[in-house]
Write a protein that binds this ligand. Structure first.
Ligand code: NAD
Ligand code: NA
Length: 398
């Protein structure tokens, strides 16, 4: 079947189901070439399992550690003219491959913020999953969270705090770099971002599993953070998202104490910047990620999402001698990105990237970025067609 990508700005509106399947199979294959986790969990719940870090972690724990997994995600099946979301097909492909290996892979599709979802998952664990949960991965990235009283939604924002911010995004539809400026967030926008992307819902899940006696002795839970460098600070860690991440970090400390009765632990995994549905929205991020990928590829230190999350699981969270953290109790899988040499090189390169030269791969890894982005929806870079290109036989310049 010949499916053309439909891209609006930085959003892929459709996907290629067969491409998604192949991508999952190839990620599983990649993982199987890596050393396995020797002391990993066996009964895992992944909240936010259908794409990005959650999916990569699920692949790591299942295929690199033989864990049975439950995955929760918010995705759409195909209906009528609509292709369904990539995450829907990722779930199907993951389950098919896991079951072939004799692993349980159960999917729940719906709102992870809601109580009925908690109840469904609890009922399933009780009646069919056999055994209590020894690892909970919390990896939601959402724009909104329904208010529990039914009065609409909290909305998350990607904005600076205190001062305005100006940066570029790469408009993937038009193949252009576009300047974007952002006013600072209002206090309400900060609060709502914390409600959506902070740790409240993570804590609700852990308390719910605990009160239903479903947590195993030695249980570990992890949620993912991004800290980044001076380049990304004003728009990320110093902005609304950073406020939500600080709340997530505080939650991990609270949960860590709470779980001590099970000899359990709660952690924050600080990840490197990865191309995702969400990260292409963040002003300044796309060019930063292109420069980062170029530098890491040159150093032979570049990791795919699945390799990165497997390293976080194998060498940090499930290290045989205990969890590896920094002095602030954070897991730092962002060590390669934040290496001062790497940062200095990114600074040097990013300055040279312009709206005219960015497609040339001269200073940054544009091809890699586009391939990653298209791959999220089961497409390849070659599937993109620009009307201007057809009309003039020349690349579209702005
Ligand atoms: P993603 O969009 O690829 O994945 C988000 C997942 O959450 C999907 O499975 C989606 O279906 C699910 N989801 C969203 N809303 C939901 C809802 N209401 N109910 C149930 N499921 C829902 O995002 P990602 O980039 O993997 O981000 C996951 C986490 O990792 C976030 O906390 C993010 O801040 C963090 N993180 C991302 C990066 C990065 O560079 N991408 C780096 C560090 C940390
Ligand atoms: Na995820």
């Amino acid at each position: 079947m010949d499916i053309r990508p439909i891209i609006k700005g930085v959003i892929a509106k459709n996907c290629n189901p067969e491409g998604c399947r192949k991508s999952i199979q190839s990620q599983i294959h990649q993982l199987q070439q890596l050393p396995a986790i020797s002391t990993g969990p066996k009964k895992v719940l992944v909240i936010g399992a259908s794409s990005g870090l959650g999916l990569a972690t699920r692949i790591s724990l299942a295929f690199g550690g033989r864990a049975d997994t439950i995955g929760i995600s918010y995705e759409r099946p195909p209906s009528g003219e609509k292709s369904g979301t990539a995450g829907w097909f990722n779930n199907l492909a993951f389950t098919e491959a896991a079951e072939k290996e004799g692993l349980i892979a159960k999917n729940f599709v719906g709102d992870a913020y809601s109580e009925p979802m908690q109840q469904q998952v609890v009922d399933y664990i009780r009646s069919e999953f056999e055994g209590s949960i020894d690892c909970i991965v919390y990896s939601l990235a959402a724009g909104v969270r329904p208010r529990p009283d039914g009065s609409g939604f909290w909305k998350s924002s990607l904005k600076p705090v205190g001062e305005p911010f100006a940066g570029n995004i790469i408009n993937i539809e038009k193949d252009q770099i576009q300047p974007v400026s952002m006013p600072p967030a209002s206090p309400e926008e900060v609060q709502e971002t914390v409600k959506v992307m902070g740790g409240e819902n993570w804590e609700e899940w852990i308390r719910c599993l605990d009160s239903n006696n479903l947590l195993a002795r030695g249980v570990k839970t992890i949620a993912f953070s991004y800290i980044g460098s001076d380049v990304t600070y004003p728009i990320y860690f110093g902005g609304t998202m950073g406020q939500a991440k600080l709340h997530l970090h505080d939650t991990s400390d609270r949960l860590n104490k709470f779980l001590s009765k099970h000899q359990g632990e709660a952690h924050i995994g600080v990840s490197t910047a990865l191309v995702s549905k969400a990260s292409v929205f963040i002003p300044g991020f796309s060019c930063y990620m292109m420069a980062l990928s170029r530098v890491l590829k040159q150093k032979g230190e570049y990791e795919t999402s699945v390799a990165h999350m497997h390293r976080m699981m194998k060498d940090f969270l499930f290290h045989p001698e205990g969890v590896k953290t920094d002095e602030n109790r954070l897991i730092r899988a962002d060590d390669r990105e934040l290496n001062p040499e790497v940062q200095a090189e990114i600074f040097r390169l990013i300055d040279k990237v312009t709206a005219e030269n960015f497609r040339s791969d001269q200073y940054a890894d544009y091809s890699g970025f586009i391939e990653e982005f298209m791959g999220l929806s089961g497409f390849t870079a070659k599937d993109r067609v620009f009307p201007e290109t057809i009309a003039s036989q020349e690349p579209a310049l702005n």
